[in-house]
Design a protein around this ligand. Structure first.
Ligand code: NAP
Length: 216
């Protein structure tokens, strides 16, 4: 498979899931922090195809989100980007369980998988397709912004399904205070996004006239 790391060398693999509309420094800091703290051999960013839960906002074209993720991660040799979700037939929803099964198959059952994403997304995990299988085949790492109530995740998931929390780690990442929503809004309002995302992503956004109007 083009672009993916050598399967013989990968024993602990991070999968960084998100819409990345756009990718920003909070995402990059999260992935690097998890890579180091968890001793991961590699992190694969997986931009979502058509997210199954995003009905009230038009998400930017998958190809734009993929290319922004590519340019943002290009300088880190431990990061790559996968097209597995964005190459799904247009309009078909993509489910994390299918993505995780795909990488399990590709890297072999011996690989340990860590799925990294935002805590607010994980809060909804009990509604995800085949969530109990998902929790049994990978560890979830929920990135939170400072001030996020950790009890929110523990209370919501822990009371509904206590064993769920056994496979979810929570990691506070100060840089996650930056959000894609903030960047989209600032672009629409004509404000600077300097230092919120890599310069290459800023240039990509302006060159392709993304986020010209507010579309939450
Ligand atoms: P979202 O609902 O747009 O995001 C929720 C929160 O998490 C936002 O604050 C978001 O901030 C943050 N976030 C998202 N990805 C992050 C990351 N990788 N690192 C740090 N923070 C992150 O979530 P989403 O992006 O659509 O979905 C997250 C992942 O969950 C995706 O891989 C998606 O495919 C998966 N998912 C799967 C199912 C399913 O299988 N049924 C359902 C829902 C989600 P930003 O906006 O700044 O990123």
């Amino acid at each position: 498979m083009l672009n993916l790391p050598d399967r013989e060398k990968v024993h602990r693999l991070g999968l960084m899931g998100g819409t990345f509309d756009p990718i920003h420094l909070g995402h990059l800091v999260t992935a690097e922090e998890v890579r180091i703290q968890y001793g991961l051999d590699h992190v694969i960013f997986v931009p979502s195809g058509q997210p199954p839960h995003k009905e009230n906002r038009t998400v930017s074209e998958a190809e734009h989100r993929y290319l922004m993720t590519m340019v943002a991660t290009i300088t880190n040799p431990y990061f790559t980007v996968s097209r597995v979700e964005i190459d799904q037939p247009s309009g078909a929803p993509t489910y994390t369980i299918d993505t995780v099964r795909y990488f399990h198959e590709y890297f072999g059952k011996k690989v340990q998988l860590f799925f990294i994403t935002g805590a607010d997304a994980i809060l909804e995990i009990l509604t995800w397709k085949d969530y109990s299988e998902l929790l049994s085949i990978c560890t979830f790492i929920a990135a939170t912004r400072p001030g996020y109530s950790l009890n929110k995740l523990k209370d919501t998931l822990g009371s509904a399904c206590p064993e769920t929390m056994e496979n979810i780690d929570i990691l506070e990442i100060p840089a996650v205070a930056i959000s894609s929503t903030l960047i989209r809004r600032r672009v629409a309002e004509g404000k600077t996004i300097k230092y919120l995302t890599p310069e290459s992503v800023t240039e990509y956004i302006f060159k392709n006239r993304l986020y010209c109007s507010i579309n939450e």
